[in-house]
Design a protein. Structure first.
Length: 263
């Protein structure tokens, strides 16, 4: 009799959800590098806030070394367009331009991998996952629109702000779309509270408890949560990009054997 172990089982469908955290999102690149180096193939990816930028680049086929080059060359002026209005301090147009420069004028559904981008619908106070026929740049801008910092993004009858408010690491959308193994990457779990150093930190610390609460709910849909400790690194300290990348690599490496056992 032939043993069943002689037949290769079909690989399980793997989805990864990337959370927000401004420049902390560079850590996602380090996590994805470790996956690639260990043969962990990703079948779909979700991204929220700054995590949606990395997720979009990856889903549209940019190589990790290309994404890293983009990240390491960025300055805050490449992201923020200071144009103060009664709704925010900056427009999101530079984020949209960044996407179009490296990916093009595309729809979410044009991605090589299934891509799920989440924002917060301000009028309904619910998380919103954009449809495949949505412009990629609009979705990413909406997902990144930190309240009080960026002007909200409007689309038809909806008004969007940062998705991290209600669905930072959106593991749920991956589970509900049939992914067998769901891995979440959270960038704020172990951050010890500290005195804010600028107005942006004040704003972000103000809704941090909401982010943490939503992540505890969404964590229920994950098989593995990679919680990268960002203590000592500010969310806008872009000059620390190499350190942030390394933090992502180190935490992913700690859990890589467990993940390999699932896939």
């Amino acid at each position: 009799m032939i043993g069943v172990n002689l037949f290769k089982q079909k690989d399980r469908k793997v989805g990864v959800a990337l959370g927000g955290g401004a420049v902390w999102a560079f850590a996602h690149i380090g996590v994805l590098e470790v996956f690639e180096e260990n043969g962990i193939a990703i079948d779909g990816i979700a991204g929220t806030s700054a995590g949606s930028i990395v997720a979009a680049f990856y889903a549209f086929g940019l190589k990790l070394h290309e994404i890293k080059e983009i990240a390491l060359s960025l300055t805050l002026s490449d992201v923020f367009h200071w144009k103060v209005s009664k709704l925010g301090l900056s427009q999101t147009d530079k984020i949209g331009s960044l996407m179009e420069k490296h990916v093009g004028s595309v729809k979410i559904g044009d991605a090589e991998l299934p891509l799920f981008i989440t924002a917060t619908d301000l009028l309904s106070s619910e998380p919103y996952v954009f449809r495949p026929d949505t412009d990629l740049s609009l979705a990413v801008c909406a997902s990144c629109a930190i309240p009080g910092v960026f002007v909200p993004v409007e689309d038809k009858e909806r008004v969007f702000v940062d998705g991290s408010l209600l669905a930072d690491v959106n593991c749920r959308v991956l589970r509900e779309n049939g992914f067998d193994v769901v891995i979440g990457v959270e960038l704020n779990s172990y951050l010890k509270k500290k005195k804010p150093s600028n107005m942006f930190e004040v704003i972000l610390e103000s809704f941090q408890s909401m982010v943490e609460k939503s992540n505890r709910e969404l964590e229920k849909y994950a098989d593995v949560m990679i919680k990268v400790d960002m203590e000592g690194v500010g969310r806008f300290e872009i000059e620390k990009a190499p350190l942030i990348l390394q933090k992502g690599r180190e935490k992913a490496f700690e859990l890589v054997d467990r993940i390999k056992s699932l896939v």
